[in-house]
Design a protein around this ligand. Structure first.
Ligand SMILES: NC(=O)c1ccc[n+]([C@@H]2O[C@H](COP(=O)([O-])OP(=O)(O)OC[C@H]3O[C@@H](n4cnc5c(N)ncnc54)[C@H](O)[C@@H]3O)[C@@H](O)[C@H]2O)c1
Length: 246
């Protein structure tokens, strides 16, 4: 089994389905310390208490809005100060909406890109500063199957933002390699979380016969964050039950 022995981890979007699954799985696989961040402070604190009661490790909860660069800096600095160093960053925060071409407003476009792309970029850059000082680290960014397929029911700003995550992660992987910072993406298909509650998808249309869950994605993130993936960077791992094989 993959472990994160001795590593410190920061997970964004941790009050959400995939982020919470990552926080639980990383905490129970020997991470030395875990920090979690999200807009939703109460859910974050409840998650930390729950993980503490189950694993003995209490994640550091840092609330904040990732659309603001100064807040992103505060979050990463608090995580580094609280845990002593930052070995792994997992970027799960994200937004999507159902909708068609003519329903996208300028405000919606900016909202989606501010969280899914801008916030993620500044998080990665702040993590780079800490990881470069330490001599290495690892980043896992959540993209989406929609980045390459265009998506099914989501509004067009979403696949565009997730394609940006893929390209950005490869760009960062090139810069990071000389500092021993690995950067990879995980592209989920349809995973049962708050985000997809209204998507109405038929499990029978998934080759593996079921909709995915948070643990399906967290497992891929755990592998990429572990030393078992120490020669993997700039890669994208698809977690989609076989819906798309690109
Ligand atoms: N669920 C899926 O089927 C699926 C498929 C492909 C990709 N993804 C991606 O996986 C990631 C996690 O998705 P999920 O299904 O867990 O969604 P979710 O809605 O359950 O969780 C997303 C979390 O991000 C947080 N967030 C949103 N805006 C924020 C902001 N400005 N600042 C801080 N936090 C903010 C939310 O509060 C929420 O807790 C997202 O990036 C999503 O795009 C999900």
């Amino acid at each position: 089994m993959f472990t994160l022995e001795g590593k410190t981890v920061l997970i964004t979007g941790a009050a959400g389905g995939i982020g919470a699954a990552c926080a639980r799985m990383f905490s129970s696989h020997q991470a030395r310390a875990v920090a979690v961040t999200d807009l939703r402070e109460e859910s974050l604190k409840a998650l930390s208490r729950d993980i503490h009661s189950q694993t003995g490790l209490e994640p550091l909860a840092i609330a904040g809005d990732l659309r603001d660069e100064a807040t992103v800096k505060r979050i990463v600095q608090s995580a580094v100060e609280g845990m002593g160093r930052l070995d792994v960053l997992v970027n799960c925060a994200g937004v999507s909406r159902l909708g068609g071409l003519y329903e996208v407003t300028e405000e919606q476009w900016d909202f989606t890109f501010d969280i899914n792309v801008k916030g993620l970029f500044f998080l990665c850059r702040e993590a780079f500063r800490a990881m470069q000082r330490q001599g290495g680290g690892c980043i896992v960014n959540l993209s989406s199957q929609a980045a390459r397929s265009g998506g099914l029911v989501v509004s067009p700003d979403y696949p565009a933002s997730k394609a940006a995550v893929l390209a950005l992660s490869k760009s960062l992987a090139k810069v990071g390699a000389k500092h021993q910072i690995r950067v990879n993406t995980v592209s989920p298909g349809l995973i049962a979380t708050d985000m997809t509650r209204d998507f109405g998808y038929d499990p029978a249309s998934v080759p593996l016969g079921r909709i995915g869950n948070g643990d399906d994605v967290a497992g891929a993130c755990l592998f990429l964050a572990s030393d078992y993936a120490s020669y993997i960077t700039g890669a994208c791992v698809d977690v989609n039950g076989g819906i798309a094989m690109i």
